[in-house]
Design a protein around this ligand. Sequence first.
Ligand SMILES: Cc1ncc(COP(=O)(O)O)c(C=O)c1O
Length: 481
Amino acid sequence: MSLTPHPLPPGLAGLTGLTAGLPVAALQQLLSTERERFCELHPRSLALAKQARDHWLGGVPLHWMQDWGTPEPLHMASAAGATLTDVDGHTYADFCLGDTGAMFGHSPPSIVAALQGQLAQGLTTMLPSAAAPEVGALLAARFGLPWWQVTMTASDANRCVLRWARAITGRKRVLVFDHCYHGQVEDAMVRLEANGQVANRPGLVGQAADLALHSACVAFNDFAALEAALATGEYACVLAEPVMTNCGMVLPVPGFHEALRELTRRHGTLLAIDETHTLSSALGGYTCSHGLEPDFFIAGKAVAGGFPCAVYGFTDAVRQGIEGVQATKAPGHSGMGTTLSANPLALAALRANLAEVMTADAYAYMERLARRLEAGFVALLADCDLPWHVSRVGMRLEVGFAPQAPRNGAESEAAHSTLLGDTLRLYLLNRGVLVTPFHLMMLTSPVTTEAAVDRLLALWREAVMALAVPRKFVHECNARS
Ligand SMILES: Cc1ncc(COP(=O)(O)O)c(C=O)c1O
């Protein structure tokens, strides 16, 4: 098969110099070749993409499905365990795992059985199913908080938490960390500008309100800024991921979570820990493995084995606060909760996942593979003299394109190279391995194999080697200058 350069998308063409320590020209050439290869390998996906453009915005049922950096969207035929099969019959070792939604593998047998058992017994009733008491007890046992509610998505759960926090404290403002992502939650879509002011996130569409009126953000790991904000006594809630995982991976520095908890308590601010992604940390999430003591705990995506469902938990003090608020209102019309939430299928999936899938054994296996992956990357970066780093939280890890791990979202964003990310991702995809879009995160599941991990590492090495000659050239140029 002869491969000819394929046009690059706007924004990735015409760049010069180095990116993440590698020559842009060599990357552009490799990306162009890989785009061509993609088109040759995926005729059926290309044909479906062409048809889909007739009625779907951007040719996809959800607009960001075009953002994988492939010339056309890859269309999937099926997903099972840790393997995807596309419509052209290619299989992929899946290290993206639905951006954690399929953390325990695609269609785990226990979830399938639970859903099949419920399917003919009613899909939605607006009443609790018989599984409700057991699921409540499982949530409390697994995540350590006594009181729970179910929503459809983690976005919904976060929105509910912010509303309750405002209602309980009587304060309007919420604080998040710069470059955070908590789903489709407007309150969290603020950014810290270069002048230190807080503003609506660039790219935010259709938002009429100035979000800075009721939301603010400070940089992750910035103790002083956090203290200064909370000392105003204006904040109802801090909403935080325990490790930032949506702007690249940013780990907390030692003492940061202790300070966050102490300061929120001191200033009467509720602390909401969003574990939607960091369920990958360990059994019980980062909260349980690191002894955090949040007022609210949020989990979605993988919490019901990938079936659409999310939960939020809270302390008894919060429960009393909520009931105090409810006592002042007429029943109903709280503006929280959606019709299909907590439907019998969601409860069945939650029960099966908490009791049978999300087990200590599963986490032990996932962690062993994630450590193998981490060790492989550390060796690769050293062997190839690449100025990058590896960050890991439990079963999920990222190769970041800067020598040092970032301390906050802005540093992480500055280190990212879209050109390099897109090139590596497409190189892997064309050879049967999938990693996350936007970033290069990789997650192991209880059904990922050692062979898949080793293949992923071998392909990264191969891709880097494809750029090794130019890298050597860069060294020589640097030495000469
Ligand atoms: C930390 C975090 N919270 C919440 C969400 C929202 O989840 P969903 O899209 O399922 O509502 C996401 C999505 O990526 C997330 O990363």
